[in-house]
Design a protein around this ligand. Structure first.
Ligand SMILES: C[S@@+](CC[C@H](N)C(=O)[O-])C[C@H]1O[C@@H](n2cnc3c(N)ncnc32)[C@H](O)[C@@H]1O
Length: 89
């Protein structure tokens, strides 16, 4: 990150990435309910800004289905490496 960009305070260590995934599992039903309530439906295109390890992106991808598209972006590369793990299995 550049001098004008403050470092992300929580960091991107492996334990923090693991914590985010565990947290996402706990909140998954609520997250899905919120996304459905926001109106996500098949065929939509979604941009997940600050997607972290991608758990919300993957739930959104299930809701928009194969005719939709979800793009997750993050200012850090480390969480994106984690985000690619479930996508490749
Ligand atoms: C607490 S994590 C949440 C990740 C995910 N959205 C979730 O709900 O599990 C916040 C993420 O936002 C990213 N982030 C913070 N500021 C950002 C910015 N200005 N642009 C893009 N990503 C950003 C961080 O790198 C971090 O991975």
């Amino acid at each position: 990150m550049g001098a004008s960009t403050p470092e992300y305070q929580i960091g991107h260590s492996d334990p923090e990435m693991n914590r985010l995934q565990l947290q996402a599992g706990v909140y998954r039903p609520l997250t899905e309910q919120v996304l459905r309530g926001a109106g996500l439906r098949p065929g939509m295109r979604v941009l997940d800004v600050g997607c972290g390890v991608g758990d919300v992106s993957f739930i959104a991808a299930e809701l928009v289905g194969p005719t939709g598209e979800v793009v997750g972006i993050d200012s850090a590369s480390r969480p994106l490496e984690w985000a690619r793990r479930p996508a490749s299995t």
